[in-house]
Structures are given as C-alpha cells and as structure tokens.
Design a protein around this ligand. Structure first.
Ligand SMILES: NC(=O)c1ccc[n+]([C@@H]2O[C@H](COP(=O)([O-])OP(=O)(O)OC[C@H]3O[C@@H](n4cnc5c(N)ncnc54)[C@H](O)[C@@H]3O)[C@@H](O)[C@H]2O)c1
Length: 453
C-alpha cells in the first residue's frame, strides 16, 4: 500500500518505518525541515532501540521517503496517518490546532475522484474524527472553484489510537497487544484491517469500534495506567509511615491476576509526553460534559507531589540546608531507553535543588543533549555515570536505566564525598546497600531500619 504519515516525531517515525518494514511504500511528512533533511540523509532524529536499523534498511530499499511538502507526501497515498502533536492548551485540554490545521490543508489537496482514508493516530478528545471530517469538507468547499468541494465518499476519517511505549516502541508497533480501529465505514475498516494484518499474525485482536469509543479508549488506557502508578505511590507513602516495605506489598498484590504485576512500581512520579497531558485532557473533556472525574484529579495531585518525594528526605539528611551542596544525578529521561525528557521528574528535581542553592552534575545515556538544549548550563553534564559522582555530596537517581541497576559500588565510594544515595526508582536492595555502608533512601522502603551512616 502507499501510505503517508504526517508528523515525523516519536509516533510518526516509528509508524512510518514499521509500515515500510512490512513492504508498504511510506512517505513521512513534517514541517520541520531540519528534521526532514537529517532523515533524508540517513540520520535518525530520535533514540528508540531497534529503530535505526530498520529505518536505514527501508531508506536504502526505497520504501521510506521524507518530505516537507504535504501535497507531494499524500499525492498517491491511499491512507494518510496523522501523527501530530496534541499538546495541552492553556486550560489543559488537548490543543487540536495541529490536527485541524493539517485537516484544513488536506481539504484543499484531496481530489474529488480520489478515495483516501485519513487515520488519526494522535491522541485526541472524543469527537475529533467528526471535527477532522468537517474541517476537510469545509476547506474543500472553499477551495473548489464551483463551491462544490468534496463529496463525502471521497474520504473516510478513522480513529486509530497508538499504544506504543517509548523505549520499546518498535516492538510494541510490530507486535501490538491489540489494534483499535474506530470507524463507521466498511470500506475504510477493510483497508485498515489489511494494513495491520501482518502485525497481528499471532492472533492479537484488531478491535473495530465506532470513532468516539476508539478516541476514549486511548485516554482510558493512559489514565488507568497513571492511576495504578499514583495508587502505588500512595501505598509507598503509607509504607514509609507504617514501617512496611512497598516491594513486599507490590509483590503481594501483583501476583493476583486481577491486579497484574505491571505498573505497580512506586517512584518519583510518572512523566513523559503522554500520561501528564492525557490524564489532564480527560479530566477537561469530562468537565466539558459536566462530569467531575474525581479519581483522576487525585491521580494528578498525587503525581505532582510525588515528583519531589525525595526532596524532604534530602533536606532532612542535610539538616535543612542544601546551600552549596553538590549532587550527582543519574537519569534525565522520563524513563529508560528513550531520550525523551518531556515532563521528566528529573527536571523538577533539578529545579527544586537549584532553588535550594545546590549544584548538580548529571549523567544520562541518551538524554543529555535534549536537556542541554532546554536548560543549558544550569547544571553540569558528565560523560559517564561515574564521572558525575566526582566531589558530590550525594547521588540522586531519577531514571531506572539498566546500567544504573548493578553499578560498581567501589567506584561510587571512590568518587562520592560521602556514601549517600537517594534513589527515586528503588534500584537497589535495601539490606545489601546498607551492608556496604551507604546511607540509602528510596521510595516506600524503610530507610530508618537500614541506614547505618
Ligand atoms: N510519544 C508517545 O509515546 C506516544 C504514544 C502514543 C500516542 N502518542 C500521541 O501521538 C501524537 C504525536 O506524539 P509524538 O510524541 O510523536 O509527538 P512529537 O512532538 O514527537 O512529533 C510530532 C511531529 O509533528 C510535526 N508537526 C507539527 N505540525 C506539523 C504539520 N503541520 N505538518 C507536519 N508535521 C507537523 C512536528 O514537527 C513533530 O516532528 C500525540 O497526540 C501523542 O499524544 C504519543
């Protein structure tokens, strides 16, 4: 099939590359000419495990193309994916200006004799498919010299929310747990079903539904997962207050099939480009229909506080005075295996520590250049996780990269001023690290019992 993907960010680039990998001819479109120039010359613009190899292969085999020109990109495509940003507007609702802006352009470009399926992959509020359809029809009518515009039959709008996780995006896209397709058009459903057939050969379902249900499914999924995280973070608080161990509680409840093992890890809050904005957007969408989504308001409140969960512990340890203290920070990305720093808890930690008068040297395997671009020399950056430790009063861990899990503790001891670790991701065994003589504090585990500093 011939496919266009409009928006070549985390979702668009993975989508385009994976569709090319299954033999389709894909043209990715973006307004960022810098990005497109790099991609055309074989330079990948995001870090995502496994992506570069298939990106380069499909580029070489001429199944994957890039352009800044929308007209050229969609010209012979029968399916046009929209993988555009839907950032929070001023009030926290999803801002549809990118999606509707492209819909408006499409209205001018789709010809009456064509049949094109426009697939919304962006995370968008309920009712957006109808808005996209209306925007296309309106601009087509304006653009037509006779005022006739497009007939309804020239295109269909489908909602196909994306569930990939950054860090394992290629794997998630190639072998999705499920594909959700929201459409009331049999013709569009058939086409999209054929496109996804190679991805669901193992029997995972393509679930067809109406557009509105598909749009809500995405928000419900992200909000539910965020709820699980905030719930466990509240349990972690209770563990600290009651002397219980959240690792034990997590294992105790996670082995119940009804609850499941995943998304039960407490930490310093969820971040990223999706959970924070999607949970808030669902609260706003609910308010628009006069529904007060109480649980999600609490989820957001808990998460806001959780990002700075380590701060009082650090302050207490340093007698409430962090002025002049120097910290090593491991992890900047909002989660491991990505260079994405959007809403990363590490950034909140950096801000708070600088406000307290401290300085920071940070290391992250992939996200340093993005952070440097955002905050410049407000902090120092290290070439390695051990270099970051030099002369620091304590180590703070904000992201659970694998290389942080079993570090060389002798090197840590050698470089740190004193053996102090504040771990926002519960990477180490409390008893074992206590035996090594560290003052170690984490989330929801009894620091008082094990600290021997
Ligand atoms: N990142 C994720 O893990 C993820 C997962 C599932 C769903 N989503 C959703 O997918 C959508 C895209 O997310 P993302 O993380 O890929 O965003 P992104 O910011 O990484 O990428 C968006 C791209 O769209 C481009 N763009 C903006 N306006 C354009 C226009 N008029 N024409 C062409 N290109 C344009 C931008 O330059 C950028 O490259 C969002 O709605 C997001 O909520 C994201």
């Amino acid at each position: 099939m011939k496919i266009a993907v409009v928006g070549t960010g985390y979702v668009g680039l993975v989508t385009g590359t994976c569709f090319a990998e299954t033999g389709n001819t894909v043209t990715c479109v973006d307004i960022d000419s810098n990005k497109i120039t790099k991609l055309m010359s074989g330079e990948i613009t995001i870090y995502e495990p496994g992506l570069e190899k298939i990106f380069l292969r499909n580029l070489k085999e001429e199944r994957l193309f890039f352009t800044t020109n929308l007209a050229e990109g969609i010209n012979d495509a029968s399916i046009i994916f929209l993988a555009l940003p839907t950032p929070p507007g001023e009030d926290g609702s999803a801002d549809l200006k990118y999606v509707l802006g492209v819909a408006d352009e499409l209205g001018k470009l789709i010809k009456p004799g064509d049949y094109k399926v426009i697939v919304d992959k962006s995370t968008v509020p309920v009712g957006t498919a109808e808005k996209v359809r209306a925007a296309i029809l309106k601009s087509a009518a304006k653009a037509s010299p006779t005022g006739g515009g497009l007939e309804g039959a020239a295109f269909d709008v489908v909602s196909n929310p994306e569930f990939l996780r950054e860090g394992v995006a290629v794997e998630d896209f190639m072998k999705p747990d499920r594909v959700v397709v929201g459409s009331s058009s049999e013709k569009a459903k058939k086409l999209i079903g054929q496109l996804f057939a190679p991805f669901v050969r193992q029997g995972n379902p393509v679930i067809f539904m109406d557009e509105r249900s598909a749009e809500l499914t995405k928000y419900a999924a992200n909000s539910f997962l965020a709820t699980k995280i905030s719930f466990m973070n509240e349990i972690a608080h209770l563990c600290e207050l009651m002397g219980a161990d959240v690792d034990m509680v997590r294992r105790g409840i996670g082995s119940d099939d009804r609850i499941g093992k995943r998304f039960l890890f407490p930490g310093i809050g969820y971040g990223g480009s999706c959970f924070p904005k999607d949970v808030q957007a669902l609260v706003n969408s609910a308010a628009d229909v006069n529904y007060d989504f109480k649980i999600l308001n609490a989820v957001i409140e808990v998460n806001e506080k959780q990002k700075l969960h380590l701060l009082p512990k650090i302050k207490k340890y340093f007698n409430n005075n962090l002025k002049g203290k120097h910290f090593a920070l491991w992890g900047l990305a909002f989660k491991p295996n990505t260079d994405d720093i959007r809403e990363a808890p590490a950034l909140y930690m950096i801000d708070a520590l600088i406000k307290e008068g401290s300085s920071i040297t940070a290391f992250d395997p992939e996200a340093i250049s993005n952070v440097r671009y955002l905050i410049g020399d407000r902090i120092k950056y290290a070439e390695s996780q051990y270099e970051a430790l030099k002369g620091a009063d304590a180590l703070i861990i904000a992201t659970e990269w694998n290389e942080f899990r079993t570090p060389d503790f002798l090197k840590i001891v050698k470089h740190l001023k004193s053996k102090v670790i504040f771990d926002g991701r519960n990477l180490f065994d409390v008893a074992a690290i206590g035996e090594l003589g560290f003052h170690y504090e984490s989330v929801g585990r009894d620091a008082a019992k094990t600290s021997i500093s």
